[in-house]
Design a protein around this ligand. Sequence first.
Ligand code: SF4
Length: 686
Amino acid sequence: MLGTVPDRRAPAVPPRSRRLDHRRPGAAAVTPTSYWETIDPLLSQVRKPAQYVGGEHNQVASDWDAADTRWLLCYPDTYEVGQPNQGIQILYEILNERATALAERAYAPWVDMEALQREHGIPAFSLEHHRPLWAFDVFAVTLPHELGHTNLLNLLDLGSVPIRSAGRSVEDPIVLVGGHAAYNPEPLAPFIDAAVMGDGEEVTLEVDDAIRTWKRIHLGDGQSPGPDARGDLLKRLAAVEGVYVPAFYEPRYYDDGRLRQTVSVEPGVPSRVPKRTVQDLEQWAYPRKQIVPMTETVHERFSVEIFRGCTRGCRFCQAGMITRPVRERRPETIQKLVEDGVRDTGFNEVGLLSLSSADHSAIGSVARDLADTYEGTTTSLSLPSTRVDAFNVTLSNELARNGRRTGLTFAPEAGSERMRAVINKMVSEADLLRTAETSFSEGWRHIKLYFMVGLPTEQDEDVLAIADLGIKAYEIARKYGKANKVTLSVGGFVPKPHTPFQWVAQDPPEEIRRKLSLIRHAIKAHGGLKLRTNDPEEGVIEGLLARGDRRVAPAVERAWELGARFDGWHEMPTLETWMQALAETGVDLDWFSYRERDENEALPWDHLDSGLEKSWLWEDWQDSLTEKDLDDCRWSACYDCGVCPGLSIDHDTGYTGGFQLPVLPQGLGGGSEDLPTAPERYASGS
Ligand code: SF4
């Protein structure tokens, strides 16, 4: 887990006292006071106190009383992990640009701070004004993975908001989730009011419109809301495309425990909720005013998303599958965002972000132009790309003109060519070794290679091929310098929804541990070749929550009650707690995680439409079993995965004029400057 701290002892989880109760009837109608005066004297007692202070450069301090809708945007982990999150920074800006809305941020307090908050009656609070969570209209939580679920429950409890949606009143905030883990929110269904599927820029403003209208109708002119007011708000949210309200859907099961179907039980709500896709990223050039962190964070750099989506078709990769199609930013937009951002923030490192940054159709000129701009300065550029080829090394050389050639990272993902055909990561061993040769011969001193074990159809020989590849790469490294290094970074595979591997059985942690020890043993004689592994137990909770259904929810609640927090942190070994919670609530890990599903089994996320046809995912899974690879559809024929139809995407031209699929929304070629931007179209508050 990112953001580790040196202290390996498990900190004591604060006893969960009674629900904090600071609220008075009608309290949300008055301006809440800041808790800063109570928080400030306590900060000398906690680790990393700066994370609770706020006041960073580019923080927005909007007028509470002038806003019709107030959002608390939350990343359910510590400030050091969550602060750089691009999704929150984007939504923060576009909401605060709106005259009628206000957005503040919150992160999960570490356990030392939580204990003090409970002791001194301080609710979960916003960073900007230290206002209590309960006072906001919306508590919007991004879930990049599943290991923040217990933190989400803890924040609700600490924020004096009922844990379960059914227990909330009009006084309580609407609890929204988004992000990749929201593509299967079923294990959180009783705790959230709604999940937002897909890109957040447009849908967030539509949700804001719906809430503002609802407030005007039900709470305007000091009137008292009727008994159905909260139900009406949920209906208004469900009417926004891309918003899923779990209370309006019910799962039905067969007697043997398999899911039969999840059906809508509220008239008018869609039987399948489609994801939202921002078709033209050019119109949403955010964040423009990136917040500069107050203290150490996991990524301290100015980040620009150069494109969204990926069509390489890696079968294990949920991010690649659910963010299709590819939408690029124009080179000139990237250049301007970088120049403005570096000037405004003072960061001296720039990251060009995407799922596979070297795949931008104009990446060569983007890298060259940026390198020209910052040559001779202290600003360094980085491409956190994992593509395994010499072109990537050339790009990195260009971007490293200003700095030392230290480390490069590549992700072959699997050791044998057979295994790479199964996962559709088509890199030959020769490609990989040639890339290593190019890297070390051009002065790079360290390469890191990412792999997974526990992949479908994997045999021990595939696992040992990881060690073999590492040894060969290390022999190349040594040719160019005794101090050169190769690190193998190996984690256990966790199957995710909306991917071709959504049906497969996950390897239990004992099996992952055995496979890792095979690698460790095989490289023992090569002292300079380093092996870094993830704790095999980390994948247990992640796997359960990724593919669980609503029957897992009581276990989430019980695990939190028993003290589970920060489930992805080494410092918080919560597996034992979870095992107790599973035993008490009767949730069977074998059933949810270690069992292969068949084609006809209904899946808990079937009613949530990521755009990918289930039949295509199944076909791709069968292709994987015959080791059949699939090309990137940007450079070859469309293989009809289901995502693009209906999206007004022109498949034939790209911003750079080359043949490229799919990039340019129809009707915007060459004339897009004359069209209103999306924020203009979503005019503030009117
Ligand atoms: S519909 Fe075709 S072009 Fe679009 S992402 Fe799927 S395979 Fe690629």
